[in-house]
Design a protein around this ligand. Sequence first.
Ligand code: AMP
Length: 411
Amino acid sequence: MPFKALKLSDNVLRGVQAAGYTDPTPIQLRAIPAVLTGGDLIASAQTGTGKTAAFALPVLTRLGAHGRTRVLVLEPTRELAAQVETAFRDFARFTDIRTVAIFGGVGYGNQRAELKRGVDIIVATPGRLMDYLKERTISLQDINILILDEVDRMLDMGFLPVVKDIIARCPRERQTLFFSATVPPEIAAVASFALRNPAKIEVGVARSVTTSVNHALYPVAAEQKFELLEALLAKTEFDSVLVFSRTKHGADKIARRLKAANHSVAVLHANRSQNQRIEALAGFKSGKYEVMVATDIAARGIDVAGVSHVINYDVPEKPEDYVHRIGRTGRAQAVGDAFTLVTPENAGDIRDIQRFIGQKIPELKLEGFDYRPFTARPVPVSAPGGAHSKPSRQGGWNRFGGGGGRRRARY
Ligand code: AMP
């Protein structure tokens, strides 16, 4: 069946032709008519099946005159937000529909200017969208089509609380579409409050669920934090490690001490010159530096493939920063580890983070590390199965076997 038979609008069909597509893919064949009915839909389809056009084409067909923001597409990563917005823009080239991509890691100026001009479709990552919602630059009151793309990845990345908040800000009367490679029970639960009598489409074999980030808390006395960081680095087999400090001064200090211990280290914070920042990032990306020490603000935009470990030397101040930090690892389906050094004073912050991400983070103890006793119980949170237990699932922790571990030289 050609695209022409799918009841897409003429202008959208011209966009499809211009994109060079001749025949619809299986997900497009099934999802396009379903979306055109105006009903809700939950579709399991992987990236690469043509799922972007499967929702973009009927959505563009359903939009009439422009002026108000009526479509919101949520994406788990900046890269996807940029890519999907480009697809919408390409397909919409023969219409007067306006689109904007909203994601972190870039300045607010251009995005604000585009929003001010008026857009019909927003393709956004949850974090940056929330910034605009809080400052009321974006209103969701006219949204009548809400699309959650790659829902499984979004939840893996800890976005559940933000996503729920965003859904709750949209009008009840709307069409809602979920696209996900897999539909595990957590997604079914979100779907049950977000979707109404959804049509269900399954295309292709669902890949197995991989939680792309392993989290762990490492309780430690404040005076032993640096020692523990060094021991973790020594015992971990890593490709590249991003270490987070709460303050610029702290970042400098950690970097100095790591350099003294013969690590190749880059530092990224707002007090460094633009050139120093560019050099740090380029060096980290190329593997010249094995460790980068950064503050939250400076690290927001970092997109480095292959960050294998994030170590929170300091617990982040705001729970959402935890999500931003660990979003640096486990990208593109790779498995990454995120460790947080926790002192007794951090108990409250850790509780907030766990509430925010909707999961308990297991506590671990580094084997062979000479822990000095805490005066207080370390943190009043414990992993299922007890404090300091090793989670049985995932291979990530095995890298900490006794015997010292290996580290790959990278330059
Ligand atoms: P997606 O799964 O949406 O990421 O799409 C995967 C790739 O397939 C993208 O490069 C699309 O441009 C391409 N694609 C999607 N639909 C079609 C189609 N009907 N014919 C040819 N290429 C397509």
